[in-house]
Design a protein around this ligand. Structure first.
Ligand SMILES: [Zn+2]
Length: 205
């Protein structure tokens, strides 16, 4: 915690340098993009897109998961954020960003014992089960390959779940909303974008 307290002190100095920016920022937000990504501490959406506070509406959870609309109960923070992004903020570009070495995508292969004290995590990762089933059918033995394919296919799967929301489906049919799949490779700093026709990820230069 000490490091964070020192960091706040440093930020106060930085604030003084960019006082005008922050004062304007305090008047309201109008981010053009919704980014759904993992809670993993190594992902910094503003850093990897060279953007500033106020430019990205960010929703994070374990495994960058979007529960399918059919599984959304009356209290669901992801669904609430999606609704607010589209209706409240008028956002028309949505990115789902997965990443390398994702703990959530490793955990979906764990046995019940692993989740003994994490029942909510087990239930949450249920939304990524279709990905696991798909990868198992490919009969790959190399661990790293399984991991990466799982992470990338999870992005695809969560994009499909996004489309299950009537609010998004309707806008897609009118070509009034754009959905993107990204994959962030932490070690190399590279970001890959999904080509939804070929279902392949291409590096963004
Ligand atoms: Zn992750």
């Amino acid at each position: 915690m000490e490091k964070l307290y020192k960091g706040i002190h440093k930020f106060q100095e930085h604030y003084k340098e960019e006082k005008d920016f922050f004062e304007k920022l305090g008047d309201g937000q109008a981010p053009p993009v919704l980014l759904i990504t993992c809670s993993d501490s190594r992902i910094d959406p503003n850093l990897i897109t060279n953007s500033k506070p106020g430019e990205i509406f960010i929703v994070r959870n374990v495994g960058n998961i979007v529960p399918p609309f059919s599984a959304v109960s009356d209290k669901n923070s992801i669904a609430a954020a999606i609704e607010f992004a589209i209706e409240g903020l008028n956002i028309r570009d949505i990115i789902i960003c997965g990443h390398s070495d994702c703990g959530a995508m490793k955990a979906i292969y764990e046995e019940d014992k692993f989740f003994e004290k994490m029942p909510h995590l087990k239930n949450w990762l249920f939304f990524a089960q279709p990905v696991k089933e798909k990868i198992k059918q490919l009969e790959i033995s190399h661990k790293n390959e399984i991991q990466q394919l799982t992470e990338k296919n999870n992005v695809l799967s969560q994009l499909e779940n996004l489309i299950s929301y009537p609010i998004i489906k309707e806008l897609l049919e009118k070509a009034e909303i754009r959905l993107y799949g990204w994959y962030y490779e932490i070690k190399t700093g590279k970001i890959y974008e999904l080509d939804r026709e070929t279902k392949r990820f291409q590096p963004l230069a």
